[in-house]
Design a protein around this ligand. Sequence first.
Ligand code: HEC
Ligand code: HEC
Length: 267
Amino acid sequence: MKTLSCEFSRPLLASLMLLLLTPATGLGQTTTGQSVVWDAMSKRYDAQKGETNALFTFGVTNISPAEVVVNAVRTSCGCTIAKVPPLPWRLPPGAHGQIEVKVDLRGKFGLLSKIVSVDTSAGLSLLTVNVNIPQPDGRELNRMLAQADRQAVFRNDCANCHAHPSAGKSGEPLFKAVCGICHEAEHRATMVPDLKTLKKPTDRNYWDNWMRYGKPGTLMPAFAKIAGGPLDDLQIESLVTFLTDHFRPARSSDFGDPFAETSGSGL
Ligand code: HEC
Ligand code: HEC
């Protein structure tokens, strides 16, 4: 048995060694010989806290005497986008070109590695982009979760602070519990507007709409039960009444023609 296993493992070992000894595809090489050369097969970026995108540029040169055609460029996830000239992209002999790669960092941290495969008439090139994304703190993490899905505040652990305190409340106490938590926070985040100093006229409709449906694409969630929020119609009405009575930064007439500016900074 021993000799047998030895006989089998020797060629395996040899091929493993060969693999190890073969220089890794690195600078100036492609996986398919030498028709095209890239300025690098792999690039790395160390992102700063709060950065939402990482941008890479890969340069390619056709060093062969024949035209090389790039037929397809694929990325390993929806978060990575490659920008290339219109396909099929023809690179005459000696021509140089660029591929831009954009990685969406939102909602991610740690070491991110994405592959861009470039399918050419001379074979496949696999480009790797690596991004090191710093670990966010608790509040940032919450924000990231909410950026991906603004209704996340009403689910799981988030609900303990953002939804459950609404139970059995109405009017001002309800406002303090579910709106004030963001809008009146001592260290209010910059993207959360101060509702007491809005520079626009407000009415029942305004409050009702914002509360019920929030605003997609922002951190302002939809509070209506039918929209996935924690508040029933009576609670929403009690808030509308409270807000129209108490949150009047100025009379509408102070704004001149209310139709002159239909959307403010937040809209
Ligand atoms: C222990 C209570 C608590 C929990 C749990 C909680 N939050 Fe918050 N959240 C707050 C408070 C308080 C604020 C106001 C800002 C501050 O003081 O940090 C806030 C503010 C926010 C904001 C506004 C932006 C900002 O940074 O101020 C978002 C978005 C948010 N939370 C999302 C979430 C999400 C998503 C979860 C669950 C993953 C969550 N929160 C869990 C208490 C909580
Ligand atoms: C998780 C944090 C959070 C909570 C909780 C929250 N808001 Fe907001 N709200 C925001 C953010 C962020 C915006 C800014 C949206 C944008 O970018 O336009 C906003 C915008 C608004 C606006 C629009 C202001 C403008 O510029 O015209 C109104 C009105 C509003 N919120 C009311 C409320 C009310 C009422 C509640 C409670 C029922 C509430 N919000 C709860 C985060 C929150």
